[in-house]
Design a protein around this ligand. Structure first.
Ligand SMILES: Cc1ncc(COP(=O)(O)O)c(C=O)c1O
Length: 350
């Protein structure tokens, strides 16, 4: 039971929200890349969302997450990720801009130099975030270090509560039902742009990490009844419960706006073939994808997220999985601050 664009907009207005970005983000055809790949390729520039220099997908989620924190009367906002987390950086500025204190627990997947914080970690500090670095223990995975970070955050929140200070706890990547609404809203925005320009897309590609963007895109697609296949290319290995968690977030977001439509696990197309050799580890095919898009179109995708997703799109077109002549949209989720991060993350781009 889908709804119209105008009905969806009215439904989204029910939920508390702050204004953080510049919307709508541009929707542009990539002429040179279309010719290179033999498909009709467009890009949605969500790397341009932010009101700070560095945009990205989290700005959309944070409009609803910070909206919720403010309406709950929180003074502090907690969140989690790796030390070069784009999400943690965007949470820092979004919280600071709204008078909330950002508190971060960040897992050192690539250990930062304490005397030379770079890229997102440097920006976290500039925005006044309280930064707790969680070093990985011998043999510990990123996922395990994350679990320890959440526990540390919970204990910290409890200590603040004893002093009467209220906090809002944002999960890694902002992947709860409020954050997910950011991408329901993005799809409503996209559908309006498509309608105005008379466009249709057969396939949509994007990078997925915590799964919140994926949940929101698919929820928005189902809400409006669009017939686009959504391909979610992972930036890391994900577990067998990944799709179930995303479906739960998607349905939670749809509940917040009283939508009747549902999302099931089977609605997700999750592509795990392009994150290798691992999270924050550069890959040859992402390096090639970054260089190709930069040299053909002047657009930068990053080595951790959007570059690996774009590599997935290229691989599917080249293998014929996406037939020649298809109408394909790449949602650019941002991440270019990482070009100024540690060499281990960036790899050999030049
Ligand atoms: C640049 C970029 N793209 C994509 C993603 C994945 O988004 P999500 O966590 O919503 O799956 C992230 C997450 O941090 C990101 O920073």
């Amino acid at each position: 039971m889908s709804v119209t664009i105008n009905e969806a907009k009215t439904m989204l207005r029910k939920v508390p929200r702050v204004s953080l970005g510049f919307f709508p983000t541009p929707l542009c055809r990539l002429d040179s890349m279309s010719e290179e790949l033999g498909v009709n390729l467009w890009i949605k520039r969500d790397d341009f969302t932010g009101s700070n220099l560095f945009g990205g997908n989290k700005t959309r989620k944070l409009e609803f997450l910070i909206g919720k924190a403010v309406s709950d009367g929180a003074e502090c906002v907690f969140t989690y990720g790796a030390t070069q987390s784009n999400h943690a950086m965007q949470t820092s500025w979004a919280a600071a801009k709204n008078g909330l204190k950002p508190i971060l627990y960040l897992a050192a997947v690539v250990p930062p130099n304490p005397d030379d914080f770079k890229a997102n970690l440097l920006l976290d500090g500039i925005y006044g975030a309280e930064i707790h670095i969680v070093d990985l223990e011998e043999g510990e995975s990123f996922a395990d270090a994350e679990r320890r970070s959440f526990q540390m955050g919970k204990e910290h929140i409890a200590r603040l509560a004893e002093q009467g200070i209220r906090s809002y706890d944002i999960p890694m990547g902002g992947a709860n039902e409020y954050g997910t609404l950011g991408y329901v809203n993005a799809i409503v925005e996209l559908a309006e742009q498509m309608e105005e320009a008379g466009l249709h897309f057969d396939h949509l590609y994007h990078s997925t990490g915590s799964g919140g963007t994926m949940a929101g895109i698919v929820a928005g697609r189902n809400l409006l009844g669009l017939d686009v296949q959504v391909h979610s290319v992972t930036a890391m290995e994900v577990d067998e419960k990944y799709a179930a968690r995303a479906a739960r977030n998607a349905n939670g977001a749809l509940d917040l706006i009283d939508a009747a439509v549902r999302v099931s696990e089977d609605d997700f197309i999750i592509d795990q073939n392009h994150y290798g050799p691992g999270y924050e580890c550069p890959s040859e095919e992402a390096t090639e994808a970054i260089q190709l898009l930069a040299r053909k179109e002047g657009i930068l995708v990053d080595p951790v997220y959007s570059g690996k997703a774009f590599a997935g799109l290229i691989a599917d077109v080249r293998s014929g999985r996406i037939p020649a002549g298809s109408d394909v949209l790449f949602v650019h989720t941002g991440g270019s601050t990482v070009f100024f991060a540690e060499k281990e993350i960036i790899g050999s781009l030049v």
